[in-house]
Design a protein around this ligand. Structure first.
Ligand SMILES: Nc1ncnc2c1ncn2[C@@H]1O[C@H](COP(=O)(O)OP(=O)(O)O)[C@@H](O)[C@H]1O
Ligand SMILES: Cc1cn([C@H]2C[C@H](O)[C@@H](COP(=O)(O)O)O2)c(=O)[nH]c1=O
Length: 214
């Protein structure tokens, strides 16, 4: 039975790598993927992993009807055995509905990959719709870690090194890079707005040095 599967997690937990692995393993068995992505850091029409692998993909712009795109490709004789979608959090809710229709009406598996929540800990609309519609939601097995060693469950945004909790929901970027950067944290440290830089600064502060007697 074909499925809509949502592989979700924080940034930097290996989602794009798994997407590429699924496509690689299936293509080794002669199965043809159709890969969609949206706003990958590597540029338009790319699916890229931090391990250095990158592949061509169809850019799922807001105007693109994914169901119609797949039907047209198949009716022109194109082989499509399954669908991979990366950065699925950026898709419109209607596009997630189109993915569900691809599974139900075209009998194709759809593997969608994306972060669940934004830097304010709020669901992205695309991820919310995936949680509502997916046959399965899978958490990735390789855990991203907070600086404290706990499992990272949330994404923090930093601007000029400072953690922020206000701003545009979508700002394409990477962990630990650029003026606007991201860091994965556990919930406790996301709540306390404590990034690795803040924690490091606090550890160096004389206020927290052990008090010696005498
Ligand atoms: N130099 C490296 N050596 C080994 N693994 C790495 C290296 N750089 C990144 N990774 C792995 O790649 C993961 C990020 O993969 P990626 O697919 O880009 O993540 P996501 O799509 O979830 O943001 C990291 O969590 C880490 O496991
Ligand atoms: C938390 C958060 C992230 N983003 C952006 C930053 C990256 O471009 C992608 C996530 O990519 P990854 O492959 O999962 O690392 O999402 C954003 O726009 N808004 C946010 O709140």
């Amino acid at each position: 039975m074909p499925e809509l599967v949502f592989f979700s997690g924080t940034m930097d937990c290996g989602k794009s790598t798994l997407a590429l692995q699924i496509a690689h393993n299936r293509s080794a068995r002669g199965l043809q993927s159709l890969i969609f992505t949206r706003d990958d850091r590597a540029g338009e029409g790319k699916l890229s992993s931090r391990l250095g692998l990158v592949t061509e993909a169809v850019e799922a712009t807001p105007e693109l009807d994914l169901y119609v795109f797949v039907v047209e490709r198949m009716s022109r004789g194109g082989k499509v055995d399954y669908i991979v979608v990366d950065e699925a959090q950026f898709l419109l809710t209607e596009q997630i509905d189109q993915l569900a229709r691809i599974v139900d009406d075209l009998d194709l598996d759809v593997f969608a990959f994306g972060i669940t929540t934004d830097f304010r800990t709020r669901l992205f609309p695309g991820s919310q719709r995936l949680i509502e519609l997916a046959d399965r939601v899978e958490t990735l097995q390789v855990e991203a870690m907070c600086w404290c060693g706990a499992r990272a469950t949330h994404n923090a945004r930093t601007v000029g090194g400072e953690m922020v909790v206000e701003g545009e929901q979508v700002v394409v970027g990477d962990v630990g890079m650029g003026t606007v950067g991201y860091e994965v944290l556990c919930r406790r440290h996301h709540r306390k707005r404590m990034t690795s830089a803040t924690a490091h600064a606090a550890a160096l502060s004389p206020d927290v040095l052990p008090v010696t007697s005498g």
